[in-house]
Design a protein around this ligand. Structure first.
Ligand SMILES: [Zn+2]
Ligand SMILES: [Zn+2]
Length: 278
C-alpha cells in the first residue's frame, strides 16, 4: 500500500479528508465529531490512534468542530493551522490546551511545511469569506524508496480561481476540488438573497461551471503530462447541486480535452472512495 487519499465527508455540514502513507496518516480539517470521524475512518486503515497530524484549511464551522479540537488536544496530536487561525482560536480553552502541550504548529502561507515523515504541504491561499483560507498542494512519499512523491491538490472553499492557483496544481496525480452548486439551482433556491449573493460571490464557493473551468485550466497547463488521473469533487451543496450535474460538468471537460481523468463525487453523509495514488 502506497499513498492513499480519502474524503471522509464533504459539504456544508462537515468536511474532513485523509492523506495516508505507510508511515503516517494525516487528517485535513475536523468538521465532524470525534465519534463520527472514528466511524468514517473505519475501513480506511486509519483511526484516531494512527493520526500523526491534523491540518486546518480555515475556521468555518463545517471544517472545525470544538469537540474534535478537544479530542486532538487530549491526544496531543500536532495541529497545523495558519498564523491567522491561531490568532482567531487563541482564546479557546481547547486551543490553549493544545498550545500548552506544545502541539500547535503554525504555517505562514508562503512556505511549504512537513506535517509528518515524508508528507509536505504547500499552502495555497484561497479567496473565501473566512480569511485566511488555504488549500494545499501535497507531496507524499510512499516509503517504497520511490524518489517521486505522489502529488495531490486540495482546493475547497473558494469563490473564484485566483491567478497562479491552477499552475500550483497542474502536475498533480489527484485533484480534490470543490463543485459547490449549480448556478441556476442556487439562484432559484428560495434562500435568503444575501446567502445566494454570498455563495455566488467572489469570496463564496465555486459553482459547477467555475470548477469545471478550473479543471480545464489545470488540464491545459498539464499539457503533455496528461493532467490529474483522478478528480474528486467536494463540497456539493445538498440543496443547490446534484451529483449528476457536477459529474456532467467535469466529464464534459474530460471528453472535450481528451483527458483520461476519472471523476469521483463525495457526499456529506457517506465516506468517499479510498484512492490509491502511488
Ligand atoms: Zn468555508
Ligand atoms: Zn466549507
Amino acid at each position: 500500500m502506497g499513498v492513499r487519499f480519502c474524503v471522509l465527508g464533504s459539504g456544508s455540514a462537515g468536511n474532513a479528508a485523509l492523506v495516508m502513507t505507510p508511515r503516517a496518516h494525516v487528517l485535513i480539517d475536523l468538521g465532524f465529531t470525534p465519534d463520527d470521524l472514528a466511524a468514517r475512518m473505519e475501513g480506511t486503515g486509519a483511526a484516531w490512534d494512527s493520526l500523526k497530524a491534523v491540518v486546518l484549511t480555515h475556521t468555518h464551522g463545517d471544517h472545525l468542530k470544538k469537540r474534535t479540537l478537544k479530542e486532538i488536544a487530549n491526544r496531543e496530536i500536532p495541529f497545523f493551522c495558519h498564523e491567522g487561525h491561531a490568532k482567531h482560536l487563541q482564546g479557546g480553552r481547547y486551543f490553549k490546551r493544545l498550545a500548552a502541550a506544545g502541539a500547535v504548529r503554525t504555517y505562514s502561507g508562503r512556505e511549504p511545511f512537513e506535517v509528518a515523515d515524508g508528507i509536505r504541504f504547500l499552502p495555497l491561499h484561497l479567496p473565501h469569506d473566512c480569511p485566511p483560507t488555504y488549500g494545499f498542494r501535497i507531496e507524499a512519499l510512499n516509503g517504497n524508496g520511490d524518489e517521486r512523491p505522489a502529488k495531490l491538490g486540495y482546493l475547497a472553499d473558494l469563490g473564484h480561481e485566483r491567478a497562479g492557483l491552477c499552475e500550483a496544481v497542474a502536475d498533480v496525480d489527484l485533484l480534490a476540488l470543490e463543485f459547490n452548486h449549480d448556478e441556476d439551482l442556487e439562484r432559484n433556491s428560495g434562500r435568503h438573497p444575501k446567502l445566494i449573493d454570498r455563495v455566488l460571490g467572489d469570496q463564496g464557493h465555486l459553482s459547477n461551471r467555475q470548477a469545471a473551468l478550473v479543471f480545464e485550466n489545470v488540464l491545459k497547463l498539464a499539457n503533455g503530462t496528461g493532467g490529474p488521473r483522478l478528480l474528486v469533487q467536494m463540497h456539493l451543496s445538498e440543496d443547490c447541486n446534484r451529483p449528476d450535474l457536477a459529474y456532467k460538468a467535469a466529464q464534459e471537460v474530460v471528453l472535450r480535452m481528451g483527458a483520461h481523468t476519472k471523476v469521483f463525487s463525495t457526499k456529506q453523509n457517506l465516506r468517499g472512495t479510498v484512492h490509491e495514488i502511488a
